[in-house]
Design a protein around this ligand. Structure first.
Ligand SMILES: [Zn+2]
Ligand SMILES: [Zn+2]
Length: 316
């Protein structure tokens, strides 16, 4: 009886020991599994890519397969007064001297369906201006206030466009230059080589208005345009770009947004091979507009750049 009781006690103890052992091993294994889970999580977290703020939009590239950046030409208009340019400067800026036409200037038109082949007054579409001359005399650099305002707006737009991943080509970078229209549009081509197809996606003219009024506008195009490289939707694309960039600039500078100016046959519209936006931001001869223009060039340039990004993102 005693033996049986002792035997039973031993068996119970053995079971208890075994149970304790299993419990201990289980506890150790369980704690190990927790640890290894934690370590895995930590490793996974440190291996995950760093999350960057998404404020900067994805840079646009010319296609999905290459890394080439889209090109935008920025033209701040005007520049150095032509009266202060030497003959060598005029020649270097793309003007020519023509005694029959009364001095320095350039041909306004290209021959129908060409790029860079001046009309010389013959075989010309005579599209612009209505009944006007084929010769464009030098002189549009002669402004006091506008060149500087335009340049500040354009440089601010350039800085933002480069942040957004664009290649930016400026038609002038100082107020000491006054390139011809032919030279300005040559920036639409690779290395300025007009024998190759243009590689720019857009041409943006940044001007300011004068002559009575307030607010911001753009100059609307009207077909036909018959120069080489012009796409079927040249007018529509250009006007839509002008509308959206002007709206953005007007908002940024707290200028009123005016209706488009209908002046369809500007020399640049007849020479530019890619969609073109021609902005007239504020009236620099109005004191209130001028104060806004003087204080808001960073905001204006940034707004133009952001709007150009949105426009090209939806249209390329
Ligand atoms: Zn002509
Ligand atoms: Zn102007």
């Amino acid at each position: 009886m005693l033996d049986k009781k002792l035997n039973l006690l031993l068996k119970i103890s053995a079971c208890f020991l075994a149970a304790s052992l299993i419990f201990c091993v289980s506890a150790i294994l369980y704690s190990k599994s927790l640890t290894s889970t934690d370590e895995t999580e930590e490793v996974r977290q440190s291996a995950a890519p760093t999350v960057t703020p998404t404020a900067a939009p994805t840079p646009l590239s010319a296609s999905d397969t290459d890394e080439e950046r889209l090109v935008i030409v920025l033209d701040p208009g005007h520049g150095k007064p032509s009266s202060e340019m030497s003959d060598d400067e005029k020649r270097a800026e793309g003007y020519e001297y023509n005694e029959n036409e009364g001095g320095w200037g350039e041909w306004r038109h290209y021959k129908d369906g060409t790029f860079g082949d001046d009309c010389h007054g013959e075989d010309c579409t005579h599209l612009a201006p209505e009944g006007g001359s084929c010769w464009y005399p030098i002189g549009n650099g002669d402004r006091d206030t506008e060149p500087d305002i335009n340049l500040n707006n354009a440089l601010a737009a350039k800085a933002r466009l480069e942040e957004l991943g664009f290649e930016v080509r400026m038609t002038r970078t100082t107020n000491d230059e006054n390139p011809s229209m032919n030279k300005r549009v040559s920036y639409c081509f690779p290395m300025g080589d007009i024998t190759q197809p243009p590689d720019a996606s857009a041409y943006i003219c940044i001007h300011s208005n004068a002559g009575g009024g307030r607010g911001s506008s753009y100059i609307a195009l009207e077909p036909p345009y018959t120069q080489k490289y012009i796409s079927a939707d040249f007018t529509e694309r250009s006007n839509e770009m002008g509308r959206s960039l002007n709206a953005a600039a007007a908002t940024a500078a707290q200028l009123g947004e005016n209706a488009p100016i209908n002046s369809p046959y500007l020399i640049l519209f007849n020479k530019c091979p890619v969609p073109i936006a021609y902005l007239e931001i504020g009236f620099y001869d109005d004191a209130s507009d001028l104060a806004l223009l003087r204080s808001s060039s960073d905001e204006i340039g940034r707004a133009i750049a952001n709007a150009a990004y949105e426009f090209l993102k939806n249209g390329v």
